[in-house]
Design a protein around this ligand. Structure first.
Ligand SMILES: *Cc1c(COP(=O)(O)O)cnc(C)c1O
Length: 399
């Protein structure tokens, strides 16, 4: 007989039930095939406006070939953690390439972007330190900060006066050995870009360590080279974090920075020391993907063209698309229930764009978030806009 803890059963059942009655239980759809511009779910073909596959690299033929060759030469697993003997020459090559890409002396790769934030923050910050963190920072940043046990001081989203005041107060309190400021490079719910020049200025004034997680920026901003390069600040940011799973199209994450910082992460960051290295096929494909982004802005240019096209189309139809500065295109509906109904109808009509509601975004700002990619054709975007028009009118969101 299966012997489960009664306490656990009661806890799980009660909470699941609550989520279901509140309509907050997320049923996960599975995609039957590649996560390209058109996806199949339950046999239905849908225009995909929900992936982070910005440049279409997740399904790129050259990268598939490179990955297959790496499997033939190296096998499917790295075999160990990086610090024992899981460091393949492929990892070394990848890290050299990432440093070149980010304009830093060195870089270190991790198994995911999430892992980078678990790894890097707690390797340098501890209970005698403080972290100034943008209120809208990604969940993995929040968890990484918590793990470090440093005092977390949230500042209002991209509010530079608030950041300056809190930095000044933290510095003058004399309570902390080190103070760090952490921000997303691009905020994924609204598509706005962090005010890095001001952040760097404040950091200089109050001697702050600077940490930018540019998961949604690499491949997208700075002609593909990211938000830090967009502002030309690669010599002024201590930690540049990126993911290899969004625009790069594969999986993994990295930290780029000064040689001594990266050397320290190699001896102190726990996911590097205690979790197996990225597999060879992925590492080979990532290295090639980064090279492709450095060699040509063709995919980047197409991504922005598609983003601008979708934005203009939605705006012309009368939708509120917020103030995105990147291809991320929110369509802000407001009311949570209406937002969910809107997204459901879009999917029924053939557009896969997910609703994002409280608590992921503030109450009353429910939205359907659109992620156009370089792989979409104008025809697909026109079809999506026609469906937006139909459903928008049907639900009285536009006239
Ligand atoms: C997506 C994201 C991550 C997580 O990256 P993964 O590689 O998917 O683990 C981390 N930080 C930010 C800001 C992100 O947007």
């Amino acid at each position: 007989m299966i012997q489960l803890s009664k306490v656990l059963n009661a806890f799980v059942d009660e909470n699941l039930q609550q989520l279901r009655t509140q309509g907050l239980y997320n049923e996960i759809d599975s995609v039957e095939g590649p996560n390209g511009p058109i996806i199949t779910i339950r046999g239905q073909q849908l225009i995909n406006l929900s992936s982070n596959n910005y440049l279409g690299l997740a399904t790129n033929d050259t990268l598939k070939e490179v990955a297959k060759k790496a499997i033939d030469k190296y096998g499917v697993g790295a075999g160990a953690v990086r610090t024992i003997n899981g460091t393949l020459d492929l990892h070394v090559k990848l890290e050299e390439k990432l440093a070149e890409f980010k304009g830093t002396k060195a870089a270190i790769s991790y198994q995911s972007g999430f892992n980078c934030n678990m790894a890097a923050i707690s390797a340098v910050m501890d209970k005698n330190d403080a972290i100034l963190s943008d209120q809208l920072n990604h969940a993995s940043i929040i968890d990484g900060c918590r793990l470090s046990k440093a005092k977390i001081i949230a500042y209002n989203h991209s509010d530079m006066n608030d950041l300056r005041e809190k930095a000044k107060a933290a510095k003058e309190s004399g309570l902390y050995n080190k103070i760090m400021v952490i921000t997303d490079g691009v905020f994924s719910m609204d598509g706005d870009i962090a005010k890095l020049p001001e952040i760097v200025e404040i950091a200089k004034e109050f001697d702050l360590i600077t940490y930018v997680d540019d998961a949604h920026g690499s491949g997208v901003t700075g002609k593909g080279k990211g938000t830090v390069k967009h502002f030309g600040l690669q010599n002024e940011i201590d930690f540049q974090i990126g993911t290899l799973s969004k625009a790069i199209g594969v999986v993994g994450g990295y930290v780029a920075g000064k040689q001594n910082v990266i050397d320290w992460l190699k001896v102190r960051s726990r996911p590097f020391l205690f979790s197996t290295a990225l597999p060879p096929a992925d590492v080979a494909a990532i290295t090639e993907a980064v090279q492709m982004i450095m060699d040509s802005t063709e995919l980047h240019d197409r991504l922005w063209e598609n983003g601008d096209y979708l934005k203009a189309g939605l705006q012309k139809l009368g939708f509120n698309i917020g103030h995105s500065e990147t291809p991320i295109t929110p369509c802000i509906i407001g009311d949570e229930t209406l937002t969910q109904q809107f997204s459901k109808r879009l999917i029924e009509e053939g557009v896969y764009a997910k609703s994002i509601v409280f608590p992921t975004v503030p109450k009353g700002t429910g939205r359907v978030r659109n992620m156009p990619t370089a792989a979409h054709t104008k025809e697909m975007l026109d079809d999506a806009l026609a469906i937006y028009e139909k459903v928008g009118k049907e639900l009285d969101i536009i006239k």
